[in-house]
Unconditional design. Sequence first.
Lengths: 332, 335
Amino acid sequence: MTDQTSENFGRREFLSRAGKAGISIAAAGTVSYLLYDNKGPKTGIDTEELVTLPDFSIPYQQGQTISIVKGPDRVETLKKAIELLGGIERFVKPGEIVAIKPNVAFASPPMLGATANPELIAEVVKLCYSRGGAKKVVVTDNPINEPASCFTLSGIGKAASAAGAKVVFPKNHLFKHTTLAGGRLIKNWPIFFGPFEKVDKLIGIAPVKDHHRSGASMTMKNWYGLLGGRRNIFHQDINTIIAELAMMVKPTLVILDGTEVMMTNGPTGGSVSDLRRANTLIASTDCVAADSYGCGLLDLTVPDLPYLAKAEKAGAGTTNYESLKPIFATVG
Amino acid sequence: MGSVRRRSKRLESAISICLLVILMVIGVGVFLRQFDYDISRFGIDTAVAPQLEIPFDLGSLAPAGFETLSAGQTYTTENLYEKIDGKAPLYTESGFEKLFTRRFVSKDDESLLMELYVFDMDAAKNAFSVYSVQRRAEAKDLPAFAFAYRTSNAIYLAHGKYYIELVGFSESDELLKAMAEIAKRIRSELAVGDDIEIAELSLFPSENSVPGGIKLYLSNAFGFEGLTDTFTARYKIDGETITAFLSKRVNSNDAQLTAESYYNFLIDNGGVAKPTANKTIKAKAVDFYGTTEIIFVVGPFVSGIHEAENQQAAEKLAEKLISKLGEAAKAVKDD
């Protein structure tokens, strides 16, 4: 045995083979080192790529911050509410591009009140063009359900298009990351930014709804549609995220539709018996004030919705809507 | 000796070639695999809905004159919010497993559209809970089913471990008829096994009870976290609407402790102890901001009356409930 080994595997042969093996290991190691990616796939973005949503608000005008109009016909109450605040001309100037962000969260028919009413959207689009002289009106949202179904079944897509608006569905390239200054939750988070990047004015339109998690869904909660990613994680701290959204989004005008209010089983509802007629429409430049009045339509008070106080504390508006001297009116 | 060496060299060469081939296969495998890594491990949502089995082909439930509209969807706890947003916690905190949905449209009139939601709630109690707490005020019971009602545009039912919604996109008799047809087929074709009995439902006295007035709160009943699996039932007595409640605990000791905790919770939150007028009932009464709370224990049951406007009527109901629970407690003891 020893003889055979010494004959087959002499010292010279051993050194030769050992050398070759060493070279092979070194080569493999070098290649591995060169190919090794110690960073892994990119999961975040660089700070310089963060975006900030523009400020769409208009100068404050005492006594013309909130109007509350009663009446069964939401188109008529809408027209009156805007007129009482100085007309659409105050909010939209000739040649401007306007984005309208309705609540189109669900693939649900208008009858169920889970989404903004299409007649209302159409009327605002028409006003922007006819009285405001807008160059272009964009209607967009990042719904919870599949966008095409939501815009179709809610009737908003058809109504907005018929009124001359461009309907924009969410696409990956339209999302950019943002960090809210002073925010705790909105940090390096994707938002639906593209449609709002180059517009001059922003109008939010939302129905008044019961909401299982937050208590109520109104104009502030409507901005939830701007969040991308796995936004449901924010449901764990719903009051903070709604308050932060109110800090992040500075709209030109918000319209809160309480003509029919989803009193129970929100935010989806499902039965017409979840709705109650309140025949009220609110227009305001202050989301917090609009929602603070709107919560009463759900038989709630301001303390019932902690996000209102949080938003007020953060400077997003006032819960004391009466201090703004609301303009009341009745139509029909 | 030379032939041995040649054989050895050939063997070594063959083994080396085999090893090289294996290494190449591994290398190619690694190369290909890198294009298909698990993105979720890096905290990135794949946004791909999981493929799960469905109880049966929901599409086959299309009633006469209707057809399916687009493919069915399946949701889990991970992505339920994509369908129902803020309402998801109501289900996920009640044992939710999966949701299957399907839309149907009339072949003759595309405005006649409906959506079927089948929530797999894992247990009959869970399904009954989400069914009962969402019950609509204008509900009309469907007597052919154990737990089902309709509104002017929808049908809701609990069937074993499933909670089912049929939502019409318009108010139409034709839609309601079609939805009722689907509901009947679900009842007969969707197997639920033996897990359909909810014993507590029969423990409430039936006299003066409001039809469809029983609800099940799986947690935090009346804002008190110690009250889990709590059934409530509504009654109309002497013109007053009164709510009775009961929760079966592990044993009578546990029931005593829960009752004490709930009593203390009421006192800590502004309640004031008061005597019961009816001395035959062994219970604690609390004046809670002008309403009467009555708490008692019968065997393993914590029970009572919640926020009654009329103490006399409340005690009348408490007496009946104690009697009924006494029979059940005796049966539990006998077992």
